[in-house]
Ligand binder design. Structure first.
Ligand code: HXC
Length: 545
């Protein structure tokens, strides 16, 4: 190491005018700085590589390390790490002998498709990625930066939850994350990517974010792990059975996206980010497209059967309408009776909500209400216009649904639509009955525009049901009840079961040729881009939960 000159020489006491001390020391320090910089580079390379055994163990489980994941998430050579040298201050349980720099989490920012994004990635190789005081404060810092600079936050989660050795300070660390998750909600997009076991607090933070990705065979989320489950309830279950990707993708609805491997998962995260604005003050990025906005959608005439009893896959309808047939469906395997997807029309991002006649005849049940309500709310928060495609026989009837609180859950969907201020266009594909018609963005709850196809049935209920209610006595008293009922059903159909009744009353804005659907939607959305609806002054609404 270079020895600094002594004070006397430094201050030029002997001869000449006084010199600024920095001038002299800079020249003298240079060789030392180079050596120090080399040492620092070596240290950071060592931190990044980590110890061999835990790295091998991580790879043996088919998992990448935190740094390898960040490399896949960000554009090449754009990630800037902060606090790689941070260490914990815990001295209990032998922790004073285990001060790993970085403390088990990598935080910083980089670019995704050339746009700034913040991220933190748990490093499972260090204390199982568990969260202690220093670890939490690093995450807090990067969350604060994301919020104050207005850029998305991505959490790459692979951790054991609260670090047991650090006790209540670890729990407080989670509190700080939850509080920031809530503060950032609706301001910046927050994406959680589950890439390992996420227990306790590590599971609750993702639940507060906008999108949750999971990877089959790799990620699990649970509030309490299998050991605790067995101790408390006696139930024996493994990690995947309790909270694996398919459990949360198919059954609980906690996972928004389920992927087959980490690489494709992080590619999907990058794609999702390309559809989202940086924050709630910006519009989602628009792109130039080659798919003409006025392309005729003739295929729709073949996809949607006129017979209302026949099923079809509404995803084919969505693909026909949007740019290049490209959609990103959320919660694809959960509540399949409603489809929610992000896509583009004429280069601009839209959120599509569509009843799925291929599943439960497209009825709306508790899970479908929750799924669509969340999606509508997310789109509204991030300035994504909504296109709602209806083919719905109504809410699912039954004791299970009523006792499960369909009123409360359906109200969430109703509330989400009623309060959404983004451009909203409703299109009825075939049938739209009763409450479900009203709830799914009818003009009466605030859709900006509503369109129908010529074969639509828009009514309080289907013809048979309606006749049984309003003509029960007349049918019973007639000499030929079956013939009377059939005649009354035909009358009802002619009178009410068509789009003209709604069009004549201004409840749909036009009845259109299905082949013009894409053109009409593109023009409507272009016009509505200038929409401005002031917000009511209040603290916040009291949304049903
Ligand atoms: C400190 C922990 C830890 C923890 C694991 N480790 N969990 N260290 N605090 N919570 C350490 C292990 O000692 C081990 O260290 C290393 O991490 C890897 O753990 P393994 O068990 O060997 O790995 P694996 O078999 O893959 O199992 C991973 C696991 C399991 C599923 C996460 O470790 C586990 O169930 N841990 C407990 C999870 C938990 O209950 N967390 C608290 C949740 S409560 P060495 O040194 O041997 O490598 C919570 C409160 C928040 O989070 C509440 C918010 C509402």
């Amino acid at each position: 190491m270079t020895t600094l000159p002594d004070d006397a020489a430094d201050h030029g006491a002997a001869t000449g005018p006084p010199r600024h001390p920095r001038h002299l020391t800079v020249v003298e320090r240079t060789p030392d700085l180079r050596a120090r910089a080399a040492e620092l580079r070596e240290l950071k390379a060592r931190l990044r590589a980590g110890s061999a055994a835990p790295t091998d163990a991580q790879h043996a489980k088919g998992k990448l390390t935190a740094y390898e994941r960040l490399d896949l998430l960000f554009d090449d050579d754009t990630f800037t790490e902060i606090e790689p040298l941070r260490r914990h201050r815990c001295t209990s349980f032998g922790m004073d002998a285990r001060h790993v720099p970085g403390d088990g989490v990598v935080v910083g920012w980089g670019e995704v498709h050339g746009r700034p994004v913040f991220a933190y990635a748990h490093d499972f190789r260090v204390f199982g990625g568990s969260l202690g005081e220093a670890h939490a404060e690093k995450i807090h810092k990067v969350m604060d930066l994301a919020l104050t600079t207005g850029a998305p936050l991505v959490a790459l989660s692979d951790g054991a939850g609260a670090r047991i050795q650090e006790g209540v300070t670890a729990l407080a660390g989670y509190g700080g994350i939850f509080r920031r998750n809530a503060a950032a909600s609706g301001v910046i997009p927050q994406i959680s990517v589950i890439l390992g076991p996420c227990a306790g607090g590590a599971a609750y933070s993702p639940a507060l974010t906008d999108f949750v990705f999971m990877v089959r065979g790799t990620s699990q989320m649970f509030v309490t792990g299998p050991d605790v489950v067995q101790t408390v309830t006696g139930e024996v279950i493994d990690h995947d059975g309790l909270g694996g990707a398919d459990v949360h993708g198919d059954r609980s609805g906690v996972a928004t996206f389920v992927c087959d491997d980490e690489k494709s998962c992080l590619d999907d995260v990058r794609y999702l980010l390309s559809l989202l604005p940086a924050n709630n003050r910006e519009e989602p990025p628009a792109v130039a497209v080659t798919d003409p906005a006025d392309r005729r959608t003739d295929r729709l005439l073949d996809i949607v059967p006129v017979d209302t009893a026949r099923a079809y896959d509404v995803r084919e309808v969505v693909a026909e309408i949007v740019d290049d047939g490209e959609v990103l469906e959320v919660q694809e395997s959960w509540a399949r009776n409603i489809v929610c997807a992000l896509a583009r029309i004429d280069g601009h991002v839209v959120g599509v909500v569509a009843n799925q006649p291929a599943s439960m005849a497209g009825t709306v049940d508790i899970d479908a209400s929750d799924k669509a309500a969340r999606f509508v709310q997310t789109c509204d928060a991030f300035s994504i216009p909504l296109v709602t495609l209806l083919d719905v026989p109504g809410f699912l009837p039954g004791t299970d649904q009523e006792h499960g609180g369909i009123i409360r859950h359906g109200a969430k969907l109703l509330y989400a639509y009623c309060t959404a201020t983004v451009p909203r266009v409703q299109l009825i594909l075939r049938k739209a009955y009763g409450g479900a018609y009203i709830v799914l963005d009818s003009r009466s709850i605030g859709a900006d525009l509503s369109f129908a196809w010529p074969t639509n049935e828009i009514a309080v209920m289907g013809a048979e049901g309606a006749v049984n209610v309003i003509h029960r006595r007349a049918v019973a008293a007639s000499a030929d009840p079956d013939a009377t009922r059939a005649s009354l059903v035909a009358d009802y159909r002619a009178e009410l079961m068509n789009p003209m009744h709604a069009a004549e009353r201004g409840l749909v804005d036009d009845v259109i040729d299905p082949a013009d659907t894409r053109r009409v939607l593109a023009r409507s959305l272009a016009m509505l881009r200038a929409k401005h609806r002031p917000q009511p002054v209040r603290k916040h609404g009291n949304a049903p939960v």
